[in-house]
Write a protein that binds this ligand. Structure first.
Ligand SMILES: [Zn+2]
Length: 356
């Protein structure tokens, strides 16, 4: 018959070699075979026989058979269509404990042989696949747990120093200098009031002129989260719970020695909190970097030029001398300059985010 698929002779009878559910190594072998040959039906352990009506099944894994998009079906299925293409995606590695055999079958085929068996096997498979993904996540993070803890330990004093500076700086802006930076320089865009002369026609028909003021961008600065209060704060408060979670996970993992021994609750929690800790560390690191660049990348000089600009919204001066920022403003409430200390730790070298 046209398009008939040849099944190897040895696969046409039951191969009752499988007393227990296939382990990770066997599943890997099956999937490698399918990847390399696109022929599930030629795998050495596959029984190309129809399961008995009502048989009990355990789904162990899912696989796709590679084929062009235009091809809908490639692999034959021993349940329903043994010598012609029947399925392509979501094929099942199905273990039949009573017969001790493994069949590689179509995604829904077994439903006709045992509908409730199929449904409950599917529910179990979803659980197993979720557990496998969680273990993969945990495995990927294990080598970097200690490095993440070390990075947190290096970052905390820097973050605390930046927080301290930010608080002092904003207190000085608000109370001593009366400079509403956070309103006047939103998103780091410094504006000046540009004046233009525009003609006007008076009621009597004569032509005159008037001065129009409109805010115009003067410069954009980096690290503006230092004064606009939008960035995350309290580095220590944010990092301390991450650190204790990581220390606890590291201790539990080294005590159990084997990931398979984790309880389901632990596995779920670790798989969530390891990537989340890393993401939070990345966020605090990024914020610390932005706040450092406020102090180091010319932002202070740009602010000084802005404060001197004849059409600046507020006249003020700012300069950094070693570890001190010196400021004054035309709106300040007391005489003299205001100085704000830059704690030396604020400019220490930031730790890196350990690579996975
Ligand atoms: Zn089938």
């Amino acid at each position: 018959m046209n398009g008939q698929i040849d099944i190897p002779q040895q696969n046409l009878i039951n191969i009752p070699l499988f007393d227990s559910e296939p382990d990770e190594a066997l599943l890997a072998e099956i999937k490698q075979h399918i990847r390399e040959t696109q022929r599930p039906h030629t795998w050495r352990g596959h029984s190309h026989t129809k399961p008995p009506q009502g048989a009990f099944v355990v789904y162990c894994d899912e696989f796709n058979v590679a084929a062009p998009d235009t091809v809908e079906r490639v692999a034959p299925c021993p349940c329903c269509n043994p010598f012609h293409p029947q399925y392509k995606n979501s094929g099942k590695v199905a273990w039949f404990p009573d017969e001790k055999v493994i069949r590689l079958i179509g995604p829904l085929c077994f439903k006709r042989i045992n509908a409730t068996g199929h449904e409950s096997a599917l529910v179990e498979l979803r659980k197993k696949m979720k557990a496998r993904r969680e273990l993969e996540v945990i495995k990927a993070h294990i080598p970097t747990i200690q490095a993440v803890i070390d990075s947190i330990d290096a970052l905390v004093p820097i973050g605390e120093a930046l927080d301290e500076f930010r608080d002092d700086f904003n207190r000085a802006l608000d109370h001593d200098l009366n400079l509403p930076f956070f309103r006047a320089a939103r998103m780091g865009v410094l504006t000046v009031a540009e004046r233009t002369i525009v003609p006007v026609v008076r009621a009597d028909g004569s032509v005159g002129q008037r001065v129009e003021e409109r805010p115009t961008a003067f410069a954009t600065v980096v690290g503006y989260s230092m004064y606009d209060r939008s960035g995350p704060v309290a580095a220590k408060k944010r990092l301390a719970p991450l650190r204790s979670a990581l220390v606890e996970i590291a201790a539990r993992l080294s005590a159990s020695g084997d990931l398979e021994k984790l309880s389901e609750a632990e596995r779920v929690r670790f798989a969530e909190s390891l990537p989340a800790s890393r993401d939070k560390l990345a966020e605090v690191l990024e914020d610390a970097g932005a706040k450092q660049s406020f102090l180091t990348s010319g932002t202070i000089d740009t602010l000084a030029q802005w404060g001197r600009h004849p059409h600046a919204l507020h006249q003020f001066s700012i300069q950094r001398k070693r570890n001190v920022i010196i400021m004054s403003s035309s709106r300040q409430r007391s005489e003299g300059h205001v100085t704000i200390r830059v704690p030396p730790e604020a400019l220490a070298h930031l730790p890196s985010l350990p690579a996975i």
